[in-house]
Design a protein around this ligand. Structure first.
Ligand code: SF4
Length: 62
C-alpha cells in the first residue's frame, strides 16, 4: 500500500541537480549533465521546472 505521506514533489526546485547560483535564467541550470559526463549543463526549461524529470534526487544541503 502506498502512503500519501511518502510522496513528495519531485520538481527541479527540490532537486539537488538544480543550480540557481550559476543561473543564466531565473529557473537555474540542471547540473546533471556535467555530473554524469553527459556534456554541458543545460538551462532548465520553463515547462519542466515545476515537473522535474526522472533524474531527480532530493536536495540535501540547504
Ligand atoms: S531537470 Fe531533472 S535532474 Fe535537472 S534539476 Fe530538474 S529534476 Fe533535477
Amino acid at each position: 500500500m502506498m502512503s500519501i505521506i511518502e510522496q513528495e514533489k519531485k520538481d527541479c526546485w527540490s532537486c539537488a541537480y538544480q543550480n540557481i547560483l550559476l543561473q543564466t535564467t531565473l529557473l537555474g541550470i540542471c547540473t546533471w549533465f556535467e555530473k554524469n559526463n553527459k556534456g554541458q549543463n543545460k538551462e532548465i526549461p520553463a515547462d519542466l521546472v515545476d515537473k522535474g524529470c526522472k533524474q531527480w534526487i532530493r536536495k540535501t544541503d540547504r
